[in-house]
Design a protein. Structure first.
Lengths: 534, 313
């Protein structure tokens, strides 16, 4: 008998008198072992993966909704809901057949009309979907199990678009739900994925519950990332939202939760020191840090001022500010694509390598006509990543002799302010920090931050014709070798024109109790194949 | 008395109206945009605009305010921008943990602070008094989250006596409910205990100098009777006042405490809503807190008549 039992007994005697007995349901050992308690990276505040594109929504949605294809760890889309596909010789007509046995959580079969409605909603919001929509002649259900997509010109990246894990993913929903305006939030959460969402137990900001969908028929292939057989080995997954990392660490150590998606670096040594806890890199694709520059206003409307930043910045400083002395958590990134992925290249990245040259950088600033005007740095303090980056940037800009106007604020304000194109003195900005999931940076498909099409580009509105031309070439590339060659040209052009300044590549840990097995590395937390013992 | 209470309740209406206008205006001019948060990092400016239009956030101030007031008049606090759930339902989901935390803290505080204050006054100038007052200074000085982390480390991690985090509804049993609240209540109550102990001591010191206390002693009444029956009752008005004011402290402290102990209460809902700029939720919660505060003040005024028969309304 341990201390807690004694205390429970003593206090329980009083409680018994007050309540007339313990009303708490007794949870059998087996039942507890079949419930996986997971601390996600953020609060699941909404649950429409097309309307809201936050990573946390995408991660939860991948449990509930299935996709036609799923990418594996080689970034190759593999069949998931689809049994077969056929493309006409001119590359214009794609015909897809659904595999048998697919069922929604409400018991109705998944039909081609559901897929058509889902793809229609998705293609109104997703960058690749929008491209497909622009090329579309028709998207129709041929019969209950077959649908057809007819295009005006070939689109070689079709299967990648349908299977990519970048938000918004092409999740398949019942037609009645998918007919919701893509800019309005749906209210029903019915999918055909391996888990059912228990809406009645959802407390946004506190808890989200997913139950095993017993009618789910997994594929027979081995599960790899979003591809293969999604075998569910627990009855229930509870997402427990914990905004405070110290609390999450304590709860994991105490066995109150089973798996913490992203422990902060500072607390990892404590977790590693606990024999009951396993710690490893969570997402091998990591993140790309970004020093986002506003190309519209002086001095950064001059490429020389932007190049001065690249010439002076030390990626090691940024990375150490974030991850400390743990060298396994970061890599220098003289480019834009995710290290370790097929398109990774350092072409044109010499300016980010070697000894930093403050003198030459100052000279470039002078040539750009910089004369001490305030440089407005909008830095979110409530995000550990941007906070760390911001401190390094303030120091860097001061070393370059720049007059730093450091606006310390929260992420919500950064989100609104970065959309302002007005001059920095009138509510605009010169720079802000952010980061991009490495999964979004494996190729140009979902890499909005790399686009350089001026007004239509991501915040900072860079313009670079070479970058845009090469991105178009990538979409039309027909082989990996061709893609690699194009990626090298994109990288060089993006560095020459300084679309943004990469601050380095960094990874994060994930941690779990050792009675949990099957936790694998992936671009999102993968719950299939995960089991738990008492 | 009933007429007075009714008058006071009615007088809350203009207060609430001013609070409503103030909160709405403040949120309208505050930087930040929920549409940006909803759309995510990959969204284009056009997507953000369309979401904003769908949420009605592109409407002029007066239109937005008018429609919000119209809904309020129909007892509708609106719908959360993010969760698409009614604000009233979200508040209902979260009110039990917060009320429980406040109630346990209040009980704990009164049980600890009042006797401490009384003893400090009784033993004024002695080491006992000094120890109690040193504790009060400590309680004032150490932030809630520091106390919270220390308590969690010692009582949950080190000795495995209580859980680190979470909340169990009372419906699932008294002990499961209480065990989740003990550490947060102690952490949250520290400042409150310090405050009430000091006020109790000061009020008691004044009362203990009165002639009737000397008379009570002269007629041979025991120390306990003098302190807790004669003196404490007469010192109760300032103590009750501070207990009431302390409700505001508790509301503020609950925001931090609920985050540290991962309690799904109104405090955390407030923080989440503010960070995401979920305007309807922020407005609903602020209105609720204002109403509670006005109500608590009314209850304090009524309590005065119970502890001091000379007070009449």
């Amino acid at each position: 008998m341990d201390r807690r039992t004694v205390l429970k007994g003593l206090a329980g005697a009083g409680g018994l008198a007050l309540t007339g007995g313990f009303a708490a349901p007794a949870i059998a050992q087996g039942a507890a072992a079949r419930t996986l308690r997971f601390v996600p990276q953020a609060n699941l505040a909404n649950f429409d993966p097309i309307w809201g594109t936050q990573y946390v929504v995408r991660n939860a949605a991948a449990m509930v909704w299935d996709t036609l294809y799923g990418i594996d760890d080689q970034f190759v889309p593999q069949r998931q809901m689809v049994e077969s596909e056929e493309v006409s010789s001119d590359g214009l007509t794609w015909t897809f057949k659904l595999r048998p046995g697919l069922k929604f959580h409400d018991g109705t079969p998944v039909l081609a009309k559901d897929v058509v409605a889902s793809l229609t909603r998705w293609s109104a919001r997703d960058p690749m979907g929008l491209m497909l929509k622009a090329l579309q002649n028709e998207l129709t259900a041929v019969d209950d199990k077959t649908f057809k997509w007819v295009l005006k010109q070939p689109y070689p990246k079709m299967l990648f678009a349908l299977g990519k894990g970048n938000a918004p993913c092409a999740f398949i929903m019942p037609e009645r739900i998918a007919q919701t305006d893509p800019f309005k939030q749906m209210t029903e959460y019915v999918g055909s994925g391996p888990f059912k969402f228990v809406k009645g137990e959802w407390v946004p900001g506190a808890k989200a519950v997913f139950e095993k969908f017993t009618d789910y028929v997994p594929r027979q292939e081995k599960p790899v990332w979003l591809a293969g057989g999604k075998q569910v080995l627990v009855d229930r997954v509870e997402w427990v939202i914990m905004p405070d990392p110290a609390t999450a660490a304590a709860a994991l150590q105490n066995g109150e939760v089973d798996w913490w998606e992203n422990p902060i670096t500072d607390l990892v040594p404590v977790l590693k020191g606990n024999k009951n806890i396993g710690v490893d890199i969570g997402d091998p694709l990591g993140n790309v840090g970004a020093f986002r520059i506003n190309h519209l206003h002086a001095p950064f409307n001059n490429v020389k001022a932007r190049q001065a930043i690249l010439m002076a910045m030390s990626q090691e400083d940024y990375m150490r500010a974030l991850v400390g002395d743990d060298n396994s958590l970061w890599k220098p990134l003289p480019g834009f694509f995710t290290p370790g992925t097929p398109l990774y290249t350092e072409a044109g990245g010499e300016i980010l390598k070697g000894k930093r040259d403050l003198v030459a950088a100052k000279k470039l600033l002078e040539e750009a006509g910089y004369k001490g005007e305030p440089i407005t740095c909008v830095v979110a303090q409530d995000q550990p990543i941007t906070k760390a980056f911001g401190d390094v940037t303030a120091d860097l800009l001061k070393k370059l002799g720049m007059n730093v106007d450091f606006v310390a604020t929260d992420w919500g304000t950064v989100g609104a302010r970065r959309a302002q194109k007005t001059p920095p003195a009138q509510g605009g900005w010169h720079m802000f920090h952010t980061w991009h999931a490495g999964a979004d940076c494996i190729n140009p498909a979902a890499y909005n931050a790399l686009r350089a099409n001026g007004d239509k580009a991501w915040f900072g509105w860079p313009t670079s014709e070479p970058v845009e031309t090469e991105i178009t070439n990538w979409f039309n590339a027909k082989s990996l070798d061709e893609e690699k060659a194009v990626a090298a040209r994109i990288n060089k052009a993006a560095i020459d024109d300084v679309v943004f300044a990469p601050t380095g590549f960094f990874l994060g840990y994930t941690a779990w109790r050792k009675n949990v097995s099957g936790v694998t590395k992936g671009p999102i937390p993968l719950f299939w194949g995960v089991s738990k013992t008492a | 008395m009933l007429a007075y209470a009714l008058r006071r309740v009615l007088s809350t209406l203009p207060v609430m109206a001013i609070v409503a206008l103030f909160v709405f205006s403040l949120l309208y001019i505050a930087p930040g945009d929920p549409a940006v948060v909803i759309a995510g990092d990959q969204a284009s400016p056009a997507d953000v605009e369309r979401i904003r239009a769908n949420l009605g956030l592109d409407q002029p101030f007066l239109v937005q305010f008018g429609s919000w007031v119209w809904r309020l008049l129909h007892f509708d606090l609106g719908t959360s921008i993010f969760t698409n759930l009614p604000v009233s339902a979200m508040i209902a989901q979260r009110i039990e943990p917060t009320l429980s935390l406040m109630m346990v803290t209040l009980v704990l505080t009164i049980l600890i602070a009042v006797p401490l204050g009384v003893i400090a006054a009784w033993k004024a100038g002695t080491w006992i008094d000094r120890v109690i007052m040193a504790f009060a200074v400590f309680g004032f000085s150490v932030p809630v989250f520091v106390v919270g982390y220390i308590l969690a480390y010692v009582f949950a991690l080190k000795f495995d006596l209580l859980p680190v985090q979470g909340y169990t509804p009372l419906a699932q049993g008294f002990w499961p409910w209480l065990q989740n609240l003990i550490l947060p209540a102690v952490a949250l109550g520290c400042v409150y205990i310090a405050l009430i102990a000091r006020i109790t001591r000061a009020a008691m010191l004044e009362v203990l100098q009165q002639d009737y206390i000397r008379t009570a002693r002269a007629k041979g009444l025991g120390q306990g009777g003098i302190l807790f029956i004669h003196a404490l009752k007469n010192a109760a008005v300032p103590i009750v006042t501070v207990v009431g004011i302390g409700i505001a402290l508790l509301i503020g402290g609950a925001v931090v405490t609920e985050s540290v102990f991962a309690i799904p209460g109104l405090g955390r809902l407030t923080i989440d809503a503010i960070l995401r700029r979920d305007y309807p939720v922020i407005q609903g919660i602020v209105l609720l807190f204002s109403f509670v505060y006005v109500l608590v003040n009314l209850l304090i005024d009524v309590t005065y008549t119970l502890v001091d028969p000379r007070i009449r309304y």
